[in-house]
Design a protein around this ligand. Structure first.
Ligand SMILES: Nc1ncnc2c1ncn2[C@@H]1O[C@H](COP(=O)(O)OP(=O)(O)OP(=O)(O)O)[C@@H](O)[C@H]1O
Ligand SMILES: [Mg+2]
Length: 411
């Protein structure tokens, strides 16, 4: 598929535990560092509401099913995964760290970078929050700002300005528990927005300013990137499942029939009044005709509501009124026919569907899982929150590794 600057790791897996589906992507990295997605697997999600685990047993079953299906496709066994954390449970804090460069010749080493990131992690957190990740925004060497990769440069004082991703302890621990009960080790926790941004946004978009909207089943997650980095995140508790229940209510039918009608006939394009489709009657014995226009009116009402919530959220995320690179869409709802032109008209900005690299289709449902893998691959070693844990792994058994990792998380 592609290449990039990657570490020499053989198999990397990403796990996206969503409200509607659990998805797993497996990637193989060869000796020369080129990578290839070799396995994708999914299962219908049960036990997740609005991105939070509400039933551990069902969630464990869904994780196993998705991972096993990806393993079958890939023909490999996965022992550990990079797990996505939804924006819903995360918040960002700007933090700074400062260290003196340690070497005699004043060349900044990977160790200095690691130390400065560690220094930036030291902040007072409320007792119900934990650190998930740290995202460097810029490094400052002896007062010179805007440095992206300080390793190898000369300097005396190294500073970092970073975004600390923190998460609600309970939701994160429940997610961690489910993955572990499925027999998998957690390599790292990665904010979904970072994973998606890595995969579907271009460097130019991220530099100029772009809003990424992941329109999922239970939530719509938004992230704003500018100056080459993530700036802010938000979430709206509305998604495709709300559209489905509106349809079920409006057409007096079951959720299953409503979901199928939405996917097969739903559109936001204008449709002739006499265009009809057939659904089974309640009881399932007979069928009846329904107007496509009626269906699309129901969908439009909910999409309009989502859009107004998004519009209210954007100023809170400090997104400028005219977003230079516009809006990029991922998630199941993004596949709604006519959504892109509809949003373009309503928002008066450029809107495009993301590409997740799988067969160039409009289906971006694996974008988060693949993005997790890409993010893990491209993350500089010094910014890898699990790096020290990995060194320990050579000697430690499974339990000591998990304990080590948990200790890191709680620090
Ligand atoms: N072709 C389609 N047209 C319209 N809606 C669709 C289509 N395909 C999937 N959806 C809807 O997308 C939603 C699922 O999206 P997705 O798989 O991105 O959610 P998720 O990641 O599991 O959930 P979340 O991100 O909210 O936790 C469902 O509501 C589904 O009905
Ligand atoms: Mg999702």
């Amino acid at each position: 598929m592609g290449g990039g600057t990657v570490a020499k790791r053989d198999i990397i897996a990403g796990l996206d535990v969503g409200t509607s589906s659990v998805r797993c992507a497996i990637c193989e990295v060869d000796q020369r560092g080129s990578w290839n997605i070799i396995g994708l697997g999914t299962s219908r999600s049960e036990g997740i509401k609005k991105g939070a685990v509400v039933d551990i047993e069902s969630t464990v079953g869904c994780i196993l099913e998705a991972v096993e299906s990806a393993q079958r496709m890939a023909g490999v066994t996965v022992e550990s995964v990079h797990v996505g954390v939804p924006n819903t449970h995360a918040s960002l804090v700007v933090t700074r760290g400062i260290v003196a460069v340690s070497s005699d010749d004043k060349e900044i080493t990977e160790d200095d970078v690691e130390r400065v990131l560690q220094a930036a992690r030291v902040i007072n957190l409320p007792p119900n929050r934990q650190i998930i990740d740290i995202i460097p925004r810029q490094y400052i060497i002896d007062g010179y700002e805007g440095i992206r990769s300080p390793s190898g440069m000369a300097g005396i004082r190294l500073e970092v300005e970073a975004l600390l991703v923190t998460g609600a302890i309970t939701s994160i621990q429940n997610l961690v528990r489910c993955v572990e009960r499925a027999g998998l080790q957690i390599e790292s926790l990665i904010l979904n927005a970072m994973a998606l941004g890595e995969l579907v946004l271009s460097a130019d978009e991220k530099e100029l300013g772009v809003v990424l909207a992941d329109l999922g089943g239970g939530t719509c997650e938004i992230a704003y990137f500018c100056n080459g980095a993530l700036q802010s995140i938000g979430a709206i508790p509305l998604g495709g499942d709300h559209i489905t229940s509106d349809i079920a209510f409006g057409l007096r039918t079951s959720l299953g029939v409503a979901e199928q009608a939405k996917i097969e006939h739903g559109t936001l394009l204008s449709v002739p009044e006499d265009k009809l489709f057939t659904i089974p009657d309640v009881g399932g014995e007979n069928t009846r005709d329904v107007s496509v226009r009626k269906l699309s009116t129901i969908i439009e009402a909910r999409v309009h509501e989502m859009l107004s919530f998004i519009s209210e959220e954007l100023p809170k995320l400090k997104v400028p009124e005219a977003i230079p690179s516009g809006l990029v869409l991922t998630g199941g709802v993004a596949a709604t026919q006519g959504l892109v032109p509809y949003l373009r008209t309503m928002l008066e900005c450029s809107v495009r569907l993301a590409q997740d690299g799988t067969a160039g289709s409009e289906d971006t449902s694996y974008a988060t899982a693949i993005g997790l893998v890409m993010h893990a691959l491209r993350r500089p070693a010094s910014n890898d929150s699990t790096r020290s844990t990995r060194r320990e792994r050579k000697s430690g058994g499974l339990f000591s590794r998990v304990a080590e990792w948990l200790r890191d998380m709680w620090e």
